[in-house]
Write a protein that binds this ligand. Structure first.
Ligand SMILES: Cc1cc2nc3c(=O)[nH]c(=O)nc-3n(C[C@H](O)[C@H](O)[C@H](O)COP(=O)(O)OP(=O)(O)OC[C@H]3O[C@@H](n4cnc5c(N)ncnc54)[C@H](O)[C@@H]3O)c2cc1C
Length: 509
């Protein structure tokens, strides 16, 4: 079988689809995705996309909120680039037919989410933004690209320092440019809002090929993951709901601060649970909840629909770090670009501001596409080589459940030198398998090895960072948050600074 391709895109979330949309006219794009084309966190996204669109709002204010939420760890230049492009991206999606909610006046209806200084979240049907955006993007590209769905990328093919293609469970595909857009890793934790595809594959693949990764200790836990029955567990109750008046209350009747940044609210709920309380989201104050948030209402079980006080708990939601990239999405390996949640662009710092992630995916897809168009000629044809069956091998790996529970307990919302040390030792017998670079006999094993590899990197990065900042809270260094409060004050006073963000290159070798 032969299949010509000039740009390989791994993934089919928002970052992948926007890259494909922008490149489809000048290159032959092959999009590879391991499940169905719509199986992604992008499709699950609810609250919306942040953009400084309201009267009186501007990119400077959006930049300031992003940087503050990121606990003074973000890259100011990258953030500015993202916030300056935000309104253009919304207009582009609007042109593609995304039916954003509107006011009677015709202007966008703008939601408010935690740590935003003003209303700036565009959304569709209350909290169904991801679905609508993905459908519109797919409609715009589906006849002009090649899709290989249910195809899992197992390895990047490397020639010296260049990535020249990918090995999949079906065969190998060669092309001059590869974009990795495989999303995050929430499945590493026992409570998560993420879809089952989010097993950190792209970061593991890149790391095994020698790419630099950074900031992976900064995991964002979303405070309001629905803790309903087994069937509904994992449904995210969007922050937009708290923006509209949803109120967190404990089983002891105490009201909690509802619109603080996600890490602060998550820790508060975690502590309440540790003291034996449950935490509920009181939706009774939102007039007409069912009509405003139809998908969320439908997702609740019968009893919670009646009382409108569902129990919530924090769950792994977003990886702030990832494969290190420059302003054009270039990784440290030649011909390999990374966009979306898999990449560390520096915009989120230590903690992502709500609704900035879809935006980051769109803007950095645009950056990467622009760079690829300026750098590569659409000449070289790719080649598809069918795969020989991999020899069965026996690997030493723990069960997923064991890993998920341990990560939640020891490398979760609160970390400590003791818990990190324990986990670091626990990983040791599995690391040979985690570093194995294929050929993998089956997908399940491959995903488990990826999760072990990334979990071990997160643990080691968390051990090295002896401070509390954003999504990384060290119970043994609890007060170091004061340090970045000081940085924020300096920044507000105009003392702009270039911060050096540590990179954990080749960490465990
Ligand atoms: C429930 C929920 C609600 C959210 N709400 C919002 C919101 O309102 N606003 C916001 O800004 N952000 C939100 N987020 C975060 C945001 O949705 C994600 O960060 C973003 O969609 C990531 O997009 P992506 O394109 O990088 O990756 P994804 O959308 O996760 O897509 C990754 C793709 O890669 C594929 N893939 C992975 N590994 C492989 C492999 N080895 N081979 C082939 N394919 C592979 C997957 O199948 C998938 O298609 C939400 C997240 C969740 C889970």
């Amino acid at each position: 079988m032969r299949c010509d391709g000039e740009v390989i895109i791994v993934g089919s979330g928002i970052a992948a689809m926007m890259s494909a949309y922008l490149l489809r006219k000048s290159f032959h794009v092959i999009m590879i995705t391991k499940s169905d084309v719509f199986a992604s966190n992008s499709f699950l996204a609810q609250g919306g996309i942040a953009a400084p669109i309201a009267e009186g709002d501007d990119w400077q204010a959006h930049t300031a909120d992003t940087w503050k939420a990121g606990a003074a760890h973000g890259d100011e230049t990258s953030i500015e680039m993202m916030t300056k492009h935000a309104v253009n991206m919304i207009e582009l999606l609007d042109d593609l037919g995304v039916p954003f909610d509107r006011e009677e006046s015709g202007g966008y209806s703008l939601g408010l989410e935690g740590a935003h200084g003003t209303r700036r979240i565009v959304h569709v049907n209350g909290a169904e933004t991801g679905k609508a955006v993905m459908r519109a993007l797919w409609k715009a590209i589906k006849d002009e690209i090649t899709l290989l769905d249910r195809t899992c990328v197992y390895r990047f093919i490397k020639n010296k320092d260049e990535i020249i293609g990918v090995e999949t469970d079906q065969g190998s595909l060669f092309a001059p440019v590869t974009i990795v857009a495989t999303g995050g890793c929430g499945q590493m934790y026992s409570v998560t809002s993420n879809g089952k595809e989010a097993t950190g594959d792209g970061i593991a693949l890149a790391y095994r090929s020698g790419a630099a990764i950074s900031d992976v200790e900064f995991i964002q836990f979303h405070p309001t993951v629905y803790a309903g029955n087994e069937k509904e567990k994992g449904l995210l109750i969007s922050e937009a709901v708290r923006g509209e008046g949803g109120q967190l209350i404990t089983s002891a009747g105490e009201r909690l601060q509802s619109l603080k940044s996600r890490d602060v609210v998550s820790r508060e709920i975690f502590r309440q649970e540790r003291e034996g309380h449950t935490v509920h989201l009181d939706l009774t104050g939102i007039s007409d909840f069912e009509r405003k948030f139809p998908a969320l209402y439908k997702g609740l079980n019968k009893s919670d629909r009646r009382t409108l006080k569902p129990r919530v708990t924090p769950g792994a939601h977003f990886l702030n770090g990832g494969i290190s990239v420059d302003a054009w999405g270039q990784t440290s390996l030649s011909r390999l670009y990374a966009v979306g949640e898999v990449a560390c662009t520096g915009v989120h710092g230590a903690n992502r501001l709500a609704s900035n992630s879809l935006l980051e995916g769109l803007v950095f897809a645009h950056q990467a596409a622009t760079h690829i168009q300026q750098t590569f000629q659409p000449l070289t044809a790719g080649l598809f080589v069918e795969r020989d069956k991999a020899e069965p091998r026996s690997f030493k790996l723990p069960t997923r459940e064991d890993l998920q529970k341990k990560m939640m307990r020891y490398v979760g919302i609160e970390r400590h030198a003791r818990s990190l040390w324990y986990m670091n030792n626990w990983f040791q017998p599995f690391l040979d398998t985690a570093h194995y670079n294929g050929p993998w006999p089956e997908r399940d094993m491959f995903e488990q090895a990826n999760m072990i590899l990334l979990a071990s990197l997160i643990t080691r990065s968390a051990a090295i960072r002896t401070e509390s900042r954003g999504g990384h809270f060290r119970a043994d260094y609890p007060n170091s948050q004061d340090k970045f409060q000081q940085l924020i004050i300096e920044w507000q006073n105009g003392a702009h600074m270039k911060r050096q963000r540590p990179t954990i290159k080749e960490l465990s070798r």
